[in-house]
Design a protein around this ligand. Structure first.
Ligand code: ADP
Ligand code: MG
Length: 370
């Protein structure tokens, strides 16, 4: 299951290297100079591989998708703001236009693969966040060029792989977010590995309802109640919130036990729950966290997510977070640097945990040798 690494490429001096990075960053519109990058985490994480190659004399061309243009050029998704940021960090690299301006990218069209690898000697995949997609730039070039995983991709694979292999115990998984159905694959995969699982955030209400509690107007997936019951009846320890912060549409915010009053909706973990979740973190040797524990976008409901992030920052255990929103939440609290690993993948992180491998990784292993 080993990946070919940059060192396996031999001498890269004067070699032309196509690097697939994941520079799919959120953009914000500013009135002065058009679009700005709202969160450059993925770009900062991508730099190390470009530097490694440039420092060894390679000629580097970087490519990425950005947003969801529908297979044709769309000025709203121009790579330009990303290119400007990249070239400030590593001026030596060339950045191609948004891969998804060509329908061949998502369609994995052989002609588009040929276009990408034209005049290139080597392919490096560093786009962990896109490695679960069988798109042209991910699975195409390694069929033809000597290929390797970039430094970020290799680190992601190692950190997430370690979780699944032989993690120091107790191993705690914390799952939150809005929908149970988004996370069933991950819940099932992690239940086989962990000692304890915290289920919080919006997802918890389906489980609380399955236990027979009143959840008022809280988010709930009634079609997942049987699934929730099965998880609760399983042999792993499941920890759910014992108190909740609820609000009415009029803005009446209350702390309640597990019974949500009529006309109220649950948005965050209550104080007792926050302490209990933090204690679970501090009592564990390995912690994996996906999905925020409340509607953290509203400051009134960020406390559950913040308390757990602070416990994760403090603990001596190995801490790994993955997913889109939980990563923005933790970075927003300024605590990202205090984690052992913050994954750049959303769907890719979850799919690697579920499947143990990804199409982009398999393609690298089958690539011709350098
Ligand atoms: P991630 O991107 O980390 O995998 P998800 O996409 O599954 O997480 O879920 C994130 C969303 O879940 C956030 O927008 C957050 O507001 C929402 N959420 C968390 N708790 C609740 C809740 N109690 N009620 C409604 N939405 C919630
Ligand atoms: Mg999300």
């Amino acid at each position: 299951m080993r990946l070919p690494l940059l060192e396996d490429l031999g001498d890269v001096r004067d070699k032309r290297v196509l690097v697939r990075s994941d520079l799919n960053v959120p953009l914000a519109v500013s009135d002065s100079d058009g679009k700005t990058i709202a969160d450059d985490f993925r770009i900062r994480q991508a730099v190390q591989t470009w530097r490694w190659l440039v420092d060894r004399g390679a000629k580097v061309t970087v490519c990425s998708h950005l947003g969801r243009p529908k297979g044709k050029p769309d000025e709203r998704y121009s790579i330009e703001p990303v290119r400007a940021c990249v070239q400030k960090l590593v001026p030596e690299v060339t950045v191609l236009e948004n891969l998804r301006f060509n329908a061949g990218e998502e369609g994995n069209d052989p002609a588009f693969v040929q276009e990408l690898i034209k005049d290139q000697d080597i392919y490096v995949n560093d786009a962990f966040g896109a490695a679960h997609r069988s798109h042209a730039s991910i699975v195409g070039p390694p069929r033809f060029l000597p290929s390797a995983a970039g430094l970020l991709l290799a680190q992601e694979f190692e950190m997430l792989g370690n979780l699944l292999e032989d993690p120091p115990r107790p191993f705690l998984a914390i799952l939150g977010g809005a929908k149970v159905s988004d996370k069933i694959g991950v819940i099932d995969a992690l239940l086989k590995k962990v000692d304890t699982m915290i289920i919080g955030g919006g997802m918890a209400y389906t489980f609380l309802k399955a236990l027979g509690h009143n959840i008022g107007d809280s988010i709930c997936q009634v079609d997942q109640l049987d699934y929730a019951r099965r998880v609760l009846d399983g042999d792993k320890r499941i920890v759910l919130p014992t108190d909740l912060i609820v609000a009415s549409p009029e803005g009446d915010v209350q702390t309640v036990k597990r019974e949500v009053p009529e006309g109220f909706e649950g948005f965050d973990a209550g104080p007792e729950t926050r302490t209990a979740f933090a204690d679970e973190v501090l009592a564990s040797q390995t912690i994996f966290w996906n999905g925020p524990l409340g509607m953290f976008e509203d400051q009134r409901f960020e406390e559950g997510t913040r308390t757990v992030a602070e416990a994760m920052a403090k603990t001596a255990g190995t801490t790994v977070i993955g997913g889109g929103d939980v990563v923005s939440a933790v970075n927003g609290f300024g605590l990202g640097d205090r984690m052992d690993w913050v994954s750049t993948g959303g769907g890719a992180t979850l799919e690697l945990i579920e499947q143990g491998d990804l199409p982009g990784l398999a393609a690298l292993r089958e690539a011709p040798r350098a």
